[in-house]
Design a protein around this ligand. Sequence first.
Ligand code: FDM
Ligand code: MG
Length: 199
Amino acid sequence: MAVRGLFIVVEGIDRSGKSTFVRALAARLGNSEIMSFPNRQTQIGSMINSYLTNSIHMSDEAIHLLFSANRWECKGLIEQTLNAGKNVILDRYAYSGVVYSAAKGLDLEWCMASDIGLLKPDIVLYLKLDPREAQLRGNFGEERYEYLDLQKKVSDNYDMLMGKINNCKVLDAALPTESLLELAELGSVDTTKALEKLW
Ligand code: FDM
Ligand code: MG
């Protein structure tokens, strides 16, 4: 069997530059698949998209579970891709699931429960940005969660959650992409160890 690929997650508040960074990272590493959560291409993802663009309403609990289900439906693909020797770079994952839903007032442990047993990434790169900076970036305010009060709570929750996990690297999202790539230091990640469970 081929040596498995690197499993990398990129997290951060809206407009923190995740998508740009993820593309640069994939180009730098080569042999990489980028996947984004929510994955809006599936049927579950299409419901999530309708919710985020305010065309349908749902309870906080129901949408939380859909975001989680959207990860579960992609678990097999992530595993197969890694085992085929390709790197998988995720633009958001279960950490987003927890910090956004908890910012709306849901219980943290309840939020974590639906993702128990998903795969744990080798490393989580947290692009930390002041929510007031993010607000000044283009297109802020287009989707349901893009308002300052909520983003501040999300940011606090990220600081708390990222402090609890043992595989997180915090990066200053105000830095240029090139610097972020250097700081990520992915050369030190050990891919000979088996994939573990998230929590
Ligand atoms: N989001 C994303 C959640 O609330 N829970 C989740 O599990 C995930 C993966 O969806 F505001 C939120 C975060 C963001 C919105 O994400 C859409 P993108 O990355 O902006 O498309
Ligand atoms: Mg967004």
